[in-house]
Ligand binder design. Structure first.
Ligand SMILES: Nc1ncnc2c1ncn2[C@@H]1O[C@H](COP(=O)(O)OP(=O)(O)OP(=O)(O)O)[C@@H](O)[C@H]1O
Ligand SMILES: [Mg+2]
Length: 252
């Protein structure tokens, strides 16, 4: 489903990604790990076309993403969450999730302005889709609440909901466990497993929480200083000497 080929990104003198290649099969959970500054978010930003790549290619279902502009990514079936939350704080939980559903909706500006029957039917379908996500993420009790008034752990789930509402085939999650407490991380793990089953999608997950990554991923890709240093099942990667060194080298 996803194939990253020799991807290179430079910022001035820094090579944030250095000929990174890996592939991910449909329906899998792929963990992307590595110390701070390893290039994980940069890779996400290339996949969602926020960053320009200097070299290499990214194929999604056999098609080059580099020929798709950032606004066309959702229509292909790729959604993401951000390391720092990106929600509309004065809007409700349900409105935020509905916006996610809209990001993939068809229909031109004129059709919407005239509120043609086709558009109305589509809006009903999107609303139903948003409600389904609200239910799946157990956000029903806070669906009408303003995002700004809710605790951080809930907001992480709202952001996940916003991304899911676009019905992605590939969901990119940047540190979904970041800032969550122990109990919330356990809940997130169950939630992500359930989502993969119920919505049959692929997940690419950046995470520092090693326990979560190792327990949930089918495949783990490790980066260090922009280079891929390991790629395999959690068990294979766990025993990789270079990976252990990359983490221990960064330990205080
Ligand atoms: N927009 C940018 N401009 C300049 N340098 C950047 C930019 N984005 C990332 N970098 C640099 O690229 C390297 C990789 O950064 P990146 O944010 O991808 O790391 P990361 O693996 O996501 O780290 P973290 O775990 O801290 O989130 C770092 O040296 C960073 O300073
Ligand atoms: Mg990052």
């Amino acid at each position: 489903m996803l194939e990253v080929r020799d991807l290179t990104v430079r910022f001035g003198g820094i090579t944030a990604l250095d000929r990174v290649s890996f592939s991910a099969a449909a329906g899998r959970i792929v963990g992307l790990i590595g110390p701070n500054g390893a290039g994980k978010t940069t890779l996400f930003n290339c996949l969602s076309r926020l960053y320009r790549c200097d070299e290499g290619d990214i194929l999604f279902e056999g098609r080059s993403l580099l020929r798709t502009p950032a606004h066309g990514i959702a229509a292909l079936g790729i959604a993401r969450t951000f390391q720092n939350l990106a929600l509309f704080r004065t809007m409700s939980v349900r409105q935020n999730i509905l916006l996610g559903a809209h990001s993939r909706a068809a229909g031109g500006f004129v059709a919407h302005a005239l509120r043609l029957p086709r558009v109305r039917a589509q809006e009903r379908a999107l609303a139903a889709q948003a409600d389904e996500i609200v239910e799946l993420l157990e956000l029903g009790p806070v669906a009408g609440r303003r995002v700004a008034d809710l605790p951080f752990g809930t907001l992480k789930r709202v952001e996940l909901g916003r991304a899911l509402a676009s019905r992605p085939k590939l969901l990119l999650l940047d540190e979904p466990a970041g800032g969550l407490n122990h109990e919330e991380v356990g809940g997130l793990m169950e939630l992500l497993r359930g989502i993969r089953e119920r919505l049959s999608l692929s997940l690419l997950l950046v995470e520092h929480h090693m326990n979560l990554v190792m327990r949930i991923s089918d495949q783990v890709v490790a980066l260090n200083f922009g280079r891929k240093i390991a790629d395999g099942t959690p068990d294979e990667v766990r025993h990789d000497a270079e990976l252990v060194k990359a983490y221990l080298g960064n330990a205080p």
